[in-house]
Write a protein that binds this ligand. Structure first.
Ligand code: AMP
Length: 273
């Protein structure tokens, strides 16, 4: 595995691969890698000839009161995990934006609700960094985890709307042994809050297995099962538009974000009628 820090070197390599018709797979991350990330890397390994993983904590996607400066980091551990999962090129730029950077990418519709409402500049930051990374890495196919379900939908919309010619593939949500969705931010949880946070996936499973076809009844049951300090949202939505639905009559998603102490946790499950 090679480690690349220079934007110019990354781009020159990528153009070489493109000229030779190589199938390039890409998994962008913010590091502090866990089994959720390495699962995506291993799955992508099977779909491409050259596998690039990026690690970059993107300031554009953090709000002013969010955890940018204390976002957890472990460059040595990340390097070992990437190599073990079959990565060819680990792209770890110190900075991704030149001083005169003046472009933002803004996806409409699917960004307005949920995470978009709670974190107004978040998806613009995500779409902008992914667009720039796509330009530098020139991937054929990129994988994003269903853990961040709305983010996946936003990036799939971006790639389609801008005719980027990059296949956007979902990766499965990976959970800890007790069901908690793996997240770099789980490290912030106190032992008590980590225990309470188990109610998040349990509430979603309860909504999935509930017999009622009425979405509001399932949401009420989930809400009653949830033990958190603040519920940002809990909803049953159409997986393409992310609009809330009234009836569970097709493939849908139950999505939730709740806070435990100062930590926001996201989770979701697939629902079928
Ligand atoms: P992050 O480093 O948190 O920005 O995540 C990088 C990629 O890993 C994103 O596509 C996430 O959706 C994905 N990811 C994070 N946690 C998980 C998980 N528990 N299971 C599957 N994918 C995940």
């Amino acid at each position: 595995m090679d480690i690349i820090r220079s934007l110019e070197t990354m781009h020159a390599l990528a153009l070489g691969w493109r000229a030779r018709g190589k199938k390039v797979g890409f998994v962008p991350t913010m590091g502090y890698l866990h089994r959720g990330h390495t699962t995506l890397i291993e799955l992508m390994r099977q779909r491409c000839e050259i596998l690039v993983v990026s690690i970059y904590v993107n300031p554009l996607q953090f709000g002013p009161s969010e955890d940018l400066s204390r976002y957890p980091r472990d460059p040595e551990g990340d390097r070992t995990r990437c190599e073990g999962a079959g990565c060819d090129i680990l792209f770890m730029p110190d900075n991704l934006y030149p001083p005169d950077f003046r472009t933002t990418v803004s996806v409409g519709g699917v960004t307005t609700r949920w995470e978009g409402a709670e974190r107004p500049t978040h998806f613009q930051g995500v779409a902008t960094v992914v667009c720039r990374l796509f330009g530098l890495v020139q991937p054929t196919v990129a994988m994003f985890g269903e853990k961040d379900f709305q983010q996946f939908t936003v990036l799939q919309s971006m790639a389609r709307d801008l005719a980027m010619g990059i296949e956007i593939v979902p990766g499965p949500l990976v959970r800890d042994h007790d069901g908690l969705a793996l997240s770099s931010r789980n490290v912030y949880l106190s032992p008590t809050d980590r225990q309470r946070a188990l109610s998040l996936h349990r509430a979603l499973y309860l909504m999935r297995d509930h017999p009622s076809p009425v979405a509001a009844e399932r949401v009420a049951a989930g809400r009653a099962a949830l033990d958190c300090d603040h519920l940002d949202y809990l909803a049953i939505v159409d997986p393409d538009t992310l609009e809330p639905v009234e009836r569970v009559d097709r493939e849908l998603r139950a999505i939730a974000t709740a806070r435990y102490g100062g930590t926001r946790l996201l989770d979701n499950v697939a629902l079928s009628p």
